[in-house]
Design a protein around this ligand. Sequence first.
Ligand SMILES: [Zn+2]
Length: 59
Amino acid sequence: MATHTDPVCGMQVDERTAAGRSEHEGQTYYFCSAGCKEKFDQDPTGYARQSGEGQSSAA
Ligand SMILES: [Zn+2]
């Protein structure tokens, strides 16, 4: 069982019950609702940066 942080609203989302998921730069993101997925898809870079999950900046 694995939970992930919804990068849009910050909720913990179980990958089995997630309403949606998106991949961005090799990471998979899970969402509590279709609305959160939609927001993420419109600006994946902005939301992925906020989550900071397993990401380390190489810059
Ligand atoms: Zn959400």
